[in-house]
Design a binder for this molecule. Structure first.
Ligand code: AMP
Ligand code: MG
Length: 323
């Protein structure tokens, strides 16, 4: 578990004695630690430490213009760094801890390393549901910057082994919390002037947000890159990906519901289960075929919107600038 640079990667289970303290120590030491969250595994650094945060971009090969999400242990920690309007507070109270990221204006001179937000005046904040990671943040008493723990442009990691495959010999510590529950990245919204804009769909749907806030949710309609939704290729396996297919037997086929194949995202047609299996099935498909991966069509409603968003990116022409 070492490479030429001499970094030894240790993988420990979250329930192992001292796991939390070891993660805290490494992060305080300006090191990167991969941590479990309910969405996907994150590659974490001290968000107040510019040297540490730069290591994230370097390790992932992530373009420096693509900002990171800051993970906090509770609403109070978020309030130290961003302006929390009553609408933002309602979102936090409704969905935290959980898979909703909220982009808010930063409080000036808040100490957050400028590289976290790629120089933007806003900061994306989220309180993860995974207890171990929340406890680590709480012990640090400061936020961690943590994008998905994968090499930029590749599939997001839903197990500690996925992280090890990408970062063995490159980071000192991986905390294993088992397979992630949600399986796809958080929903991202921007809250500004009492309006909510959806920047990336996820498990928390636009309908969930409208239900909780009675505020309409708008789609992002700009040209500036503010979310990975604006980068065409993302979350891509090595093989070419074909969407909305019938199973002709020609390609490795990932089915859904009654449309069966080599694998099935959810034989019962359950979209949450399909999200949970999505990246793992794409990884398996990649291992098992030299040819293309074909997928059954997924209903474009509820969580299906987030699944189709990831699939659209996985099937897009490959773009070097994606993350
Ligand atoms: P990842 O951590 O890989 O899931 O990516 C996080 C995504 O959050 C980035 O790709 C950004 O698009 C988005 N994001 C982070 N910070 C901001 C921000 N201040 N404004 C808008 N989007 C953001
Ligand atoms: Mg990512």
């Amino acid at each position: 578990m070492t490479n030429g640079a001499g970094i030894i990667t240790t993988l420990i289970h979250e329930t192992e004695n001292g796991a939390i303290d070891r993660a805290v120590e490494k992060i305080f030491d300006s090191e990167l630690v991969a941590l479990p969250t309910e969405t996907v595994y994150g590659l974490a650094a001290d968000a107040l430490n510019d040297v540490a945060v730069k290591k994230i971009y370097h390790a992932k090969g992530r373009p420096s213009h693509n900002p990171l999400i800051c993970h906090v242990s509770n609403n109070a920690m978020a309030q130290r760094y961003v302006r929390v309007t009553p609408l933002a507070k309602l979102l936090m109270d409704s969905f935290w801890p959980g898979p909703l990221t909220i982009v808010l204006p930063q409080i000036p001179e808040n100490g957050i390393a400028p590289t976290v937000s790629a120089g933007l005046e806003t900061l994306a904040v989220r309180c993860p549901a995974a207890n171990t990671t929340r406890e680590i943040i709480s012990k640090l008493d400061r936020p961690i910057a943590a994008p998905s723990a994968n090499i930029s442009g590749k599939l997001s990691p839903t197990t500690a082994q996925d992280v090890l495959n990408d970062f063995d010999g490159k980071i000192p510590l991986i905390i294993d919390g088992g397979a992630t529950k949600v399986g796809i990245e958080s929903t991202i919204v921007a809250v500004h002037d009492n309006q909510i804009k959806l920047l990336r769909p996820g498990m928390v749907t636009a309908d969930d947000i409208v239900h909780a806030t009675s505020v309409p949710v708008r789609d992002y309609e700009g040209t500036q890159i503010v979310a990975p939704g604006q980068l065409q290729s993302h979350y891509a396996p090595n093989a070419a990906v074909l969407l909305n297919q019938e199973n002709t037997g020609e390609h490795f086929f990932i089915g859904f519901g009654d449309t069966t194949g080599d694998l099935n995202l959810s034989p019962n047609g359950d979209l949450a289960e399909a999200a949970h299996n999505l990246f793992q099935h794409l990884r398996s498909a990649d291992k098992h075929t030299e040819g293309s991966i074909a997928l059954a069509s997924i209903p474009n409603s509820g969580i299906g919107i987030a699944i189709n968003d990831r699939l659209k990116r996985a099937s897009a022409p490959r773009d070097e600038s994606s993350t």
